[in-house]
Design a protein around this ligand. Structure first.
Ligand code: ZN
Length: 243
């Protein structure tokens, strides 16, 4: 079984389409797993929800998805993110809202638990250090956990009671072994590791291989639409630096 793992699309249609095109070029996948934050920040929330749903994905909810439909107070967000959430809320159809409302906090798929933030706090917590990852291994039963939210590709493994960071480099396969792991495929629509290209993973269950890909997309097309929509300039410029 081949599976594409995507996180943090953030209404960036150009980035999302570039990733989907890349998946097709690589022969397609059997399943698409999405780790939340379909909307927020970007200019195409409705089209991104619609396109994602065409793939019948396994999908969990993210903090921006929740904020957009009023399940999280916007006061938890910085002013830019809050403004984008408010704008997004005005764009969504009733059907879009119903879809986001129906998304679960976590999903278990075979050996994997899927969550947006962390297994301990599926919507809000960022797993961005070995310290935070270490405590999170106690919060899921499955062997592996997939998270998004930081927009930074990362992998952590638990070995002999300690937690180690594992390098996840583009194009180089990582074979799942005996150790439990927490893995982040990076962000599709707003990467934050200094590489502005969209980030995603293909998992092949046959060789148990995880492979990270970075895909260039038309950043200026997304920026132009954000400008037209009147979204905050800070959110527009950060796309080209990937921070
Ligand atoms: Zn996000």
């Amino acid at each position: 079984m081949r599976c594409a793992i995507l996180a943090d699309i953030h209404a960036n249609l150009a980035a999302f389409e570039a990733v989907l095109g890349d998946i097709e070029r690589k022969g397609g996948v059997d399943e698409l797993w999405c780790l939340g934050d379909i909307v927020g920040y970007g200019p195409d929330p409705c089209r991104c929800i619609e396109l994602l749903r065409e793939y019948n994905p396994v999908c969990v909810v993210g903090n921006h998805d929740h904020a957009t439909i009023g399940k999280i107070e916007l006061s938890y967000f910085n002013p830019y993110a809050a403004a984008a959430c408010q704008w997004t809320a005005g764009q969504l159809s009733q059907d879009d809202v119903a879809y986001l409302e129906g998304l679960p906090l976590t999903v278990e798929k075979g050996e994997f638990l899927l969550a947006h933030g962390s297994p301990a706090d599926p919507v809000m917590e960022y797993v961005m250090s070995t310290g935070i990852a270490a405590k999170n291994f106690d919060f899921f039963q499955s062997k592996y956990c997939l998270v998004g939210h930081t927009h930074v590709p990362a992998a952590f493994k638990e070995e002999k009671g300690t937690c180690l960071s594992v390098n996840l480099s583009p194009g180089i396969g990582m074979v799942l072994g005996a150790s439990r792991m927490i893995i982040n495929p990076g962000g599709v629509g707003q990467p934050r590791d200094g590489d502005p290209r969209a980030s995603y993973v293909i998992y092949d269950s046959e060789g148990r291989v995880f492979r990270l890909y970075r895909i260039p997309y038309d950043i200026s097309a997304t920026q132009d639409k954000m400008m037209e929509a009147g979204l905050p300039i800070h959110l527009i410029t950060r796309l080209e630096v990937g921070r």
